[in-house]
Ligand binder design. Structure first.
Ligand code: ATP
Length: 275
């Protein structure tokens, strides 16, 4: 393992642990539980940690309640968060009290109120609202580098210096575009293309069709990091689940690129760590 990969040991381990507890929660005697609520364009994720900040449970659901970082279906968002909360509470046999949330960087003046209200209306005592890259970096622990969050609607690029976010950008290319390309290439409906794209066994076959979109994202990354001292890129967000995406980005940017086992879970875990 290279020195750079070693710095991601904590991230890789906590994400693997979280994947396990999404399947099989750990019923423990924790005195307190911390829940991270990640309201995304394509997916709502709840990550639950115990008193030692170890993952014990989690749940997620694909949803259409947020667009471009804005809550567009307020009632629907509350319903989903409440249902996921109840689902986990039943499995753990305890009530989840404390919850934190995150918002895309730069949207605090626009939407943090709506996100806060969703988390509170779903039954949580809200303890923190932070921006997504800061949340992700609680898990990644990058000092100097870039966090690239390829989600459903957009790609967020955040540059960190000495562990602090010093530059942010949000570009309107994300997983939805990948699904549109699959839909066009395979003459499928958008919904079918979305499901086909998410299936890991189709990734190898899709890699050629999707390579131009990944390369476009890589050139967007290059434009934003120009002039900054970025010597590592860390990929998060559901679209980075695509097999081999890290190799295309690393080749096109010429910068070491790390991807955890499940990039979709980094931000929700970071939110829970900030609870
Ligand atoms: P945004 O960050 O734009 O608000 P979001 O937070 O909902 O969106 P994520 O949950 O990080 O985004 O990612 C959702 C995207 O990831 C969707 O486009 C989805 O199709 C894609 N995705 C999820 N799982 C996979 C997978 N296994 N393979 C490929 N793409 C995936």
């Amino acid at each position: 393992m290279s020195e750079k990969e070693l710095t991601y040991e904590y991230c890789d381990q906590v994400v693997r642990d979280f994947e396990d507890v999404v399947e099989q929660p750990i019923v423990s005697k924790s005195s307190v539980y911390y829940t991270g609520v990640d309201l995304g364009t394509a997916c709502v994720v709840l990550a639950v940690l115990d008193e030692n900040y170890k993952p014990v449970a989690g749940a997620y659901r694909y949803a259409d309640v947020v667009r471009d970082g804005m809550v567009v279906d307020y009632i629907g968002a509350i319903k989903i968060v409440r249902e996921l909360k109840q689902e986990i509470e039943e499995k753990l046999g305890t009530e989840l009290i404390y919850g934190a949330a995150a918002i895309p960087p730069g949207t605090d003046m626009l939407d943090s109120g709506a996100v806060k209200n969703v988390v509170q209306a779903a039954g949580f005592e809200l303890t923190n609202v932070l921006d997504e890259p800061t949340a992700a970096n609680k898990v990644l622990k990058i000092q100097n580098g870039a966090v690239v969050d390829i989600g459903g609607g957009t790609t967020g690029i955040s540059i960190l210096k000495n562990g602090e976010v010093i530059y942010i950008a949000d570009e309107p290319t994300g997983g939805t575009h990948f699904s549109l390309v699959v839909s066009g290439a395979y003459k499928m409906s958008f919904q079918d293309a979305e499901l086909y794209k998410r299936e890991p066994k189709n990734h190898k076959e899709l890699s050629l069709v999707l390579k131009p979109v990944v390369e476009k994202i890589a050139s967007i990354i290059n434009q934003h990091i120009e002039g900054y001292d970025v010597n590592e890129i860390s990929l998060v967000g559901g679209t980075c689940c695509l097999s081999g995406i890290e190799e295309v980005i690393e080749k096109k940017t010429g910068i070491f690129t790390h991807k955890p086992q499940n990039p979709m879970f980094v931000t929700p875990l970071g939110i829970a760590l900030s609870c």
